[in-house]
Design a protein around this ligand. Structure first.
Ligand SMILES: Nc1ncnc2c1ncn2[C@@H]1O[C@H](COP(=O)(O)OP(=O)(O)OP(=O)(O)O)[C@@H](O)[C@H]1O
Ligand SMILES: [Mg+2]
Length: 744
């Protein structure tokens, strides 16, 4: 037996050494699917059944493709360059480049990202004089991408009413425009390639006879069009080797379709699905937890996993009073794991939503622990946060040119390149800021004396500034001035709040189809400001902005440095770590609130949870918080139902919870396990605040929020807090230790 095969179990070996035929490996997490796929490629080459040139392998990320190539190179001393490996989009792009003429594209065709695509659509709608209330650009974008994903060109979409007819008309003009400019969007990469193969027999036959082996990892997450593309590319002589796990299908919301598995079985005449049941990744307790959890889903294709390893350590559960305590707990554990010799890169910190990373990043930053956000951006580097910070910087100082240029036309407010160039020219000439030049442009202040006389005269009578430029600029100036005026007397969190609403950022992302994540991040910025007010001596806007740029700037670990891995559960797919921290296991967060509105949403969340649990090899931490800051307010949470679906005997509770910590509405957790968390709700409503000098109904004054009245009290000692209804600032929960209330 070759050394490649000897490192595998009999089922894996069978899959790797399968004769030339299509096959489906359906197996749970950590059972070696990716390893089998990679080894099969090496085996095919080593045994002379295929050359690298004859192999196409589809992976889920470019990074996975690179890793696959380096593993193959480690197994065999060969050049893998002729092999095609990559994502569906990457491979389609490669093929279109090679056949750009047949595909009707210029050699140098450019790829439009989602924002570029939207800009093209907006231009088109404007030129057609479309009613932008009836036909918002984003909806048109969605319509076009959806049609493409279904494989339909404008001429093929069925028009059953006037609205759709209009949409199709826009789609048609968009198609023409893209063709004219020689650009393709993401959906187009796939569709164009599909059409090329469909239409052009020579190209199709060329690739069919070239790729006698197509291998697909993470098959459960292929979309309809991707599947159709695969079918077209695979000829009679092509063996398609697909590996996947229906329990890990987590992209249904983006059009992935597990139905593809059933069709694959039929279309490729799969007589026997290969199952792998031995898990090589995780210790027994972790595996048992995952197996038990996923049994709650219906309609599974059904499989089980076992491990030859022992039970290992129990799963550690931490019930944190607040999200800050949760982050502090993670930091402590990471430090002690590191002291035990576990590399930081072997530890992952997972969360359901991107916005959750902020509090965790903050704690890691303060502890000087190097970390890297995998497959995403660190909080303060995210586009929407940078936009929001730019507005805040303008509120603090409108002469900040960089901030101004970043948001002057975001969200779009009709200030074109030409207008901008003109005010920039003015600014340069006068040696002042762009803001000053804008003020002059719309006649807010007299033109500066350094201007030429002619210009100054023109500015005074306004004749040089075309009306359009003036109008756009004026709108922006009025906005910033009004924000500055209103925010002057507001506490920091409300400055952020006001800015988000009035800048138009919230409205912009609300209208975006995939804007939910960005909205969560923006709301998280209000939380950042609220905690900053509690923590910092000087809580002015300027100091907050300094703090944000500090956290944004320097502490992301460099390329080679050993660093803790932070990522969403979605980006953790396919990866494994010695230790995994899964935070925020609370109802509404995980399962996410959004899942309630979608059919099958909860089951998809459970599959995500299954993915999360099965990333851990040796140690798994699950944590949840009793309260978490949400939009600047403390929210009380109940633990995720997924925690309850894991048998108690696999869990070790790290911290007994103090009783009577919360008021009557709050769940009380028993230290012995989850059954307590499931059922016990403290009945008494005991509040020890009577011992303090605060009572419900009392009038108080807060240094920033002004006068208010206490409507609720709870907690004791350092945790004592009150809910105060302020005349101006609304209702807020405040920690007494920090709030420094004065009786009125
Ligand atoms: N026969 C084996 N002997 C030893 N280790 C193995 C064997 N098969 C797989 N492994 C190891 O088990 C781990 C999980 O394998 P792999 O990542 O291929 O699983 P997977 O099924 O692709 O998981 P996922 O569903 O999470 O993508 C890897 O570290 C792999 O090297
Ligand atoms: Mg895998």
């Amino acid at each position: 037996m070759s050394s490649l095969l000897s490192a595998l179990n009999p089922e894996q070996r069978e899959a790797v050494a399968l004769p030339h035929q299509s096959a489906l490996v359906l197996a749970g997490a950590g059972s070696g699917k990716t390893r089998v796929l990679t080894t099969r490629i090496a085996h095919l080459i080593q045994s002379g059944q295929a050359s690298p040139h004859g192999i196409l392998a589809v992976t889920f990320t470019n990074k996975a493709a690179k890793e696959m190539l380096s593993r193959i190179s480690a197994m065999l001393p060969i050049n893998t360059r002729g092999m095609w490996t990559g994502t569906f989009h990457g491979l389609c792009n490669r093929m279109l480049r090679a056949h750009h003429q047949d595909a009707g594209l210029p050699q140098t065709f450019q790829i439009l990202d989602s924002a570029d695509q939207l800009a093209v659509i907006k231009r088109i709608l404007k030129s057609l004089g479309a009613d932008d209330e009836k036909f918002p650009a984003r909806q048109v974008q969605w319509f076009i991408n959806n049609a493409k994903e279904e494989g339909l060109r404008a001429s093929q979409v069925e028009t059953y009413d006037d609205f759709v007819r209009k949409m199709v008309e826009f789609y048609l003009v968009y198609e023409q425009q893209c063709n004219k400019e020689g650009v393709v969007d993401f959906a187009e990469l796939l569709l164009r390639n599909y059409e090329l193969l469909h239409r052009n027999e020579i190209v199709r036959e060329h690739y069919r006879s070239r790729f006698r082996h197509i291998l697909v990892d993470e098959f459960q997450d292929t979309s309809r069009l991707q599947y159709k593309w695969l079918r077209l590319l695979a000829g009679e002589q092509t063996a398609v080797f697909a590996v996947g796990d229906d329990d890990q299908s987590i992209y249904a919301f983006r059009g992935a379709n597990t139905g593809n598995m059933k069709e694959f079985e039929r279309d490729f005449r799969i007589s026997k699905i290969i199952k792998l049941e031995q898990n090589y990744r995780s210790h027994g307790n972790i595996l048992d937890a995952a197996n038990t959890l996923i049994r709650n889903n219906s309609g599974r294709l059904g499989k089980n996993l076992w491990t030859a390893e022992g039970h290992g350590e129990p799963i550690r559960v931490y019930n944190a009073p607040t999200d800050f305590d949760e982050a502090a707990f993670v930091v402590d554990e990471v430090k002690s794991l590191r002291a035990e010799g576990v590399a930081l890169s072997q530890m992952a910190l997972l969360y359901r939503s991107n916005a959750q990373s902020r509090v965790l990043e903050h704690a890691l930053f303060n502890a000087s622990l190097p970390y890297r956000v995998y497959g995403g951006m660190r909080f303060f580097e995210r586009q929407e946060i940078k936009h929001a910070l730019a507005y805040l910087r303008l509120i603090a100082n409108p002469d900040d040119d960089n901030a101004l240029l970043r948001v002057v036309n975001f969200p779009a407010r009709g200030i074109g390149m030409r207008s901008l160039e003109q005010v920039q020219d003015d600014a340069r000439r006068q040696g002042g800021s762009i803001w000053e030049a804008m003020l002059q442009k719309c006649g807010r202040v007299p033109a500066s004396t350094s201007e030429t006389e002619g210009n100054a005269q023109a500015r005074l009578d306004g004749s040089m500034a075309p009306d359009k430029i003036k109008k756009g600029v004026e709108g922006f100036v009025v906005l910033i001035e009004s924000m500055r005026r209103v925010c002057e007397n507001l506490p920091l969190p409300e400055v952020v709040d006001h800015m988000l609403e009035h800048s138009g950022l919230l409205g912009h992302y609300r209208a975006e189809r995939e804007g939910a994540d960005r909205l969560e991040n923006l709301n998280e910025l209000v939380n950042a400001a609220t905690s900053f007010v509690h923590e910092a001596e000087d809580d002015s806007l300027t100091v907050f902005l300094n703090h944000a740029s500090l956290e944004a700037g320097e502490h992301q670990a460099g390329g080679g440095e050993d660093a803790l891995q932070l990522m969403t559960v979605h980006s953790a797919k396919g990866l494994e770590f010695h230790s995994v921290f899964l935070s925020g296991l609370e109802e509404g967060l995980f399962p996410h609130d959004n899942s309630r509105n979608e059919a099958g949403g909860l089951e998809e969340e459970r599959r995500l949870m299954y993915v999360a649990l099965t990333r851990a090899r040796r140690r798994l931490y699950l944590s949840f918080t009793q309260s978490r800051m949400l939009h600047g307010q403390t929210r009380y949470n109940i633990p995720s139902r997924f925690l309850q679906e894991i048998p108690d005997n696999l869990l070790k509770w790290l911290q007994p919870v103090q009783k009577a910590r919360f008021g009557s509405q709050q769940p009380e957790f028993r230290s012995s396990g989850l059954s307590g968390a499931r059922t016990q709700i403290q009945e008494s409503g005991t509040q020890d605040s009577a011992a303090t000098r605060w009572r419900v109904g009392q009038n108080v004054v807060h240094a920033k929020f002004g006068p208010g009245v206490i409507v609720n009290c709870e907690g004791r000692g350092a945790d004592a807090r009150v809910e105060v209804k302020f005349g101006r600032a609304g209702t807020k929960w405040l920690l007494l230790e920090y709030a420094k209330l004065i009786p009125a």
